[in-house]
Ligand binder design. Structure first.
Ligand code: FCB
Length: 464
C-alpha cells in the first residue's frame, strides 16, 4: 500500500462529481408529445438486431419519471449530470418544424437539475438520428451536418441561458464503426467508405455547431466532443512491428478525431491507410478542416478499456490485429479488461498532445450483474473497487498536471445498452425491469460519500 491508499484522497475544489446517461437509453415514451421516429426505434425492430428483441420503447421511463431520477441524483450528492437531448423530440423530422412539447420537457428537466444544485452537461447527439434524415442518407449525406447545426442553434437558444457545457457528438468512431462498418448499431450499414464518410460529417457537424455557438455570442458557453478513447498497447513491446502497428491503430481510433478537432488536420499516416482501403477521400471539401477546428473547449473522455495490438491483419482492412487481452488482467462481467493505469496514462497523453485543453471524463463505468439480495440491497462491491481504482488514476493524473475537471459515471441507472439490450447493468442505481422500481446500489451509496466529501476514502475503509 502507498500513502495514497491509506489516507483520504482529496480532489480539487470545484471538481464535478457527475453521472451520465443518454436519451434513448433511459427515456422511453417514444410516442409521447410529438416525438419523431429515430434510427434506433427502427433498428430495434429488425429481427436479431438487439438481444432478446429488446427496445428502448420503455427503457427507464425517465421521460415520465424525471423528478424521481433527479431526486435520486440529489441523494447521490452529485453536482453534475450529463444527459442527451433527443433530436427527434425537438425537431421530429430532423429539419424544419420545432416541437415545443419536446423543448418544454427538457426545460423542466434542466430546471429540476438546477434546483438541486446539479449542473447540466447536455449532449446534442447520442445516436438517435431522426429517421427522416436517415431516409435521405443519414450521416453519409453532408447535408445532415447542416441540419445538425440548425438543431444545435435551437437548443442553444432554448437552454443556453442555463446550460453552459455542451457535448456536440457522442463517440464519432463508434457511430462509424458499429453503425456503418459492422452493422451492429443503427442504422445497421456495412460499408467501409460510408463509415469514414460518416465520421467526417460528424466532425463537420461538430465544427458547424461550435461555430454557431460562437456566433450566438454565448461567451461563457463551452463545447466539445465525447470520444471513445482507447489506449493501444503493443502485444510484444520489444517487437518493433507490434510497436509500429500499435501506433497505427492509435491513428485509427484516437488521432483521426482528436488531431483535426485540435487544429492539426487528419494524421497523414492514417489518411494513407484510409485511402488504401476506400480510395480517394473525396467527401473532404476545401475548408472543412478549418470548420472542424473551429474550436473545442474541452475533450470529453469516454474510457472503458484498452486495445492490445499486434502486427498482421485482423478481420478488417488494417495492417494490425486486435488481440484478446491478457488472462491475468481482471475483467468486468462484460469481459472488458480493467486497466485504470491506462486511464492515467491516457489523461497525461492528452495533456501533452493537446496542451491547455480541459479534460472531462464524460463516461467511465463497468458492467456487473449484481441483483438485489434477500436484504433488498445490491452489494456490488466490484463496482466500488472499479470506480475507486479509476478515480485514483484520475487523481494521479491531476497531481501530474492533467487538467481534469470532472468525472461523470456511466451510468446513473441500469439502462438500454444498445445492441445488448437490457442484459448489461452499468448503473449506480438498479432498475427492476418489470416494475421500474429503483434501488440505489452499494456503489451509489459509496459514490455519494465521495461526491459529498470531494475525497476518496482509504482503501478498505467501511464507509457504507
Ligand atoms: C458508450 C456509449 C454509452 C454506453 C457506454 C457503455 O460507448 O456512449 O451510450 O453505451 O458505452
Amino acid at each position: 500500500m502507498t500513502t495514497d491508499d491509506t489516507e483520504f484522497l482529496r480532489f480539487p475544489d470545484g471538481f464535478r462529481w457527475g453521472t451520465s446517461t443518454s436519451a434513448y437509453q433511459v427515456e422511453g415514451a417514444v410516442g409521447a408529445d410529438g416525438r419523431g421516429e429515430s434510427v434506433w426505434d427502427r433498428f430495434c425492430r429488425v429481427p436479431g438486431a438487439v438481444e432478446n428483441g429488446d427496445t428502448g420503447d420503455v427503457a427507464c421511463d425517465q421521460y415520465r419519471r424525471g423528478t424521481e431520477d433527479i431526486a435520486l441524483m440529489a441523494g447521490l450528492g452529485t453536482n453534475a449530470h450529463r444527459f442527451s437531448l433527443a433530436w427527434p423530440r425537438i425537431i421530429p423530422e430532423g429539419g424544419g418544424r420545432v416541437e415545443k412539447r419536446g423543448l418544454d420537457h427538457y426545460d423542466r428537466f434542466i430546471d429540476g437539475l438546477l434546483e438541486q444544485g446539479i449542473s447540466p452537461l447536455a449532449t446534442l447527439y447520442h445516436w438517435d438520428l431522426p429517421v427522416a434524415l436517415q431516409d435521405s442518407g443519414g450521416w453519409r449525406n453532408r447535408d445532415t451536418a447542416e441540419r445538425f447545426a440548425e438543431y444545435a442553434v435551437v437548443c442553444f437558444d432554448a437552454f443556453g441561458d442555463r446550460v453552459r457545457d455542451w457535448v456536440t457528438i457522442n463517440e464519432p468512431w463508434i457511430v462509424g464503426l458499429l453503425g456503418h462498418q459492422l452493422g451492429l448499431h443503427a442504422p445497421g450499414e456495412k460499408d467501409l467508405k460510408a463509415s469514414v464518410t460518416v465520421m467526417h460529417h460528424l466532425l463537420l457537424a461538430h465544427g458547424l455547431a461550435v461555430g454557431a455557438l460562437r456566433t450566438a455570442g454565448r461567451e461563457d458557453a463551452r463545447a466539445g466532443i465525447a470520444y471513445s478513447l482507447f489506449p493501444n498497447t503493443p502485444d510484444d513491446p520489444s517487437d518493433p512491428a507490434d510497436v509500429a502497428a500499435t501506433a497505427a491503430s492509435d491513428g485509427y481510433v484516437n488521432r483521426w478525431f482528436l488531431d483535426p478537432v485540435h487544429g492539426h488536420g487528419y494524421p497523414q499516416d492514417m489518411r494513407e491507410h484510409w485511402e488504401q482501403a476506400v480510395g480517394e477521400l473525396d467527401f473532404i471539401h476545401d475548408g472543412d478542416l478549418g470548420t472542424i477546428a473551429a474550436g473545442s473547449d474541452f475533450i470529453g473522455v469516454n474510457f472503458y478499456s484498452r486495445r492490445i495490438i499486434s502486427a498482421g491483419r485482423g478481420d478488417g482492412p488494417w495492417p494490425w490485429k486486435v488481440e484478446k487481452g491478457r488472462p491475468d488482467v481482471p475483467r468486468t462481467d462484460l469481459g472488458w479488461e480493467i486497466v485504470p493505469d491506462d486511464l492515467a496514462a491516457l489523461l497525461m497523453r492528452l495533456h501533452e498532445d493537446y496542451p491547455g485543453v480541459p479534460l472531462l471524463i464524460t463516461e467511465n463505468g463497468a458492467v456487473y450483474g449484481d441483483e438485489p439480495g434477500a436484504d433488498g440491497a445490491v452489494h456490488d462491491h466490484r463496482r466500488i473497487a472499479f470506480v475507486d481504482a479509476h478515480l485514483r488514476a484520475v487523481h494521479r493524473a491531476i497531481g501530474a498536471g492533467a487538467p481534469v475537471e470532472g468525472y461523470y459515471h456511466w451510468s446513473l441507472i441500469d439502462n438500454f445498452e444498445w445492441a445488448m439490450g437490457y442484459r448489461p447493468r452499468f448503473g449506480l442505481v438498479h432498475v427492476d425491469r418489470r416494475t421500474q422500481r429503483r434501488t440505489v446500489k452499494d456503489s451509489g451509496r459509496w459514490y455519494a460519500g465521495v461526491a459529498r466529501s470531494g475525497a476518496l476514502p482509504p482503501i478498505g475503509e467501511d464507509v457504507l
